[in-house]
Design a protein around this ligand. Structure first.
Ligand code: IPD
Ligand code: CA
Length: 256
């Protein structure tokens, strides 16, 4: 369980990392640009900042930017993505997040997400409602796929084969609208806020979704976090509780 001091450290870390992002706004420093993936200097600078701040709590930290082969998924500790939506950032498309989760028994229990461009903080802790800049959030009450907005995306390591994409198309055809904004953490915040109804990605990494899933749950929603064969990769559905079972069945074939 986190103390008030630990929570303060996490929230201040979001602000400090955001300041760094703004410093690199016009020049993110592209270090790697291969196939569907991109890495910039600003990812690394924000990572350094978050590691320095969160280390003060004494809990282990799993970060997207760590040397992953040496990392283990913490039973109890931080799971972070310093910059979620790196490609958006390089194009100044204003959907970019900083994602900090705290896991207990490998389950996301606290979530802290910063919307960098809009300076909005989303946060939640166990047994309290999720909030956006201090205002309570609730998931939507839409129960029909035919009226629902599905937020989704194609993770950098996902399968782009034609057959896989055709399956995806048939799985999403029943939804009213589909949105892909390139930032998993913020898509989940929008589900928590009741603006989107369902989130789905296959092959997404735990650091992209952990904080957002805690927020969806604290806003009254449910989620499916299904392990895949690659370490740290998951198939994820998150939604309001009324549409959850139908959405899971449609998107993954699972009745959850
Ligand atoms: C990406 C975003 C995107 C999702 C990708 C992620 P990154 O995060 O969350 O929405 O579809 O899977 O990799 O790489 O910019 O941190
Ligand atoms: Ca990232």
């Amino acid at each position: 369980m986190l103390s008030e001091t630990h929570i303060e450290i996490a929230k201040n870390a979001l602000d400090k990392a955001r300041t760094i992002a703004l410093t690199y706004f016009n020049n993110p420093g592209i270090l790697k640009n291969e196939f569907k993936d991109i890495k910039t200097l600003v990812d690394l600078k924000m990572n350094e900042c978050l590691i320095e701040e969160l280390s003060r709590t004494g809990f282990p930290i799993l970060s997207e930017e760590s040397e992953l082969q040496n990392e283990i998924f913490p039973e109890c500790g931080w799971v972070i993505d310093p910059l979620d939506g790196t490609f958006n950032f390089t194009r100044k498309f204003p959907c970019v997040g900083i994602s900090i989760a705290f896991m207990e028994n490998r389950i996301p229990s606290y979530g802290f997400v910063k919307d960098i461009f809009n300076d909005i903080t989303y946060s939640c802790e166990p047994n309290r409602k999720a909030n956006k800049n201090g205002y309570e959030m609730n998931v939507s009450d839409e129960s029909k796929l035919g009226n629902a907005i599905l937020a989704t995306g194609f993770p950098s390591g996902s399968n782009y084969e034609t057959n896989e994409l055709l399956t995806f198309i048939s799985n999403v055809q029943e939804f009213k609208k589909i949105r892909a904004i390139g930032c998993a953490s913020l898509m989940l915040c929008l589900v928590a806020e009741g603006i989107f109804d369902v989130y789905y990605e296959k092959g997404i990494y735990i650091w992209d979704v952990a904080a957002g899933l805690a927020l969806v749950q604290a806003a009254g929603g449910k989620y499916l976090l299904k392990e895949m064969s690659d370490p740290f990769k998951y198939e994820v559905v998150a939604s309001n509780p009324l549409i959850f079972r139908t959405a899971c069945q449609k998107l993954t074939g699972n009745l959850s």
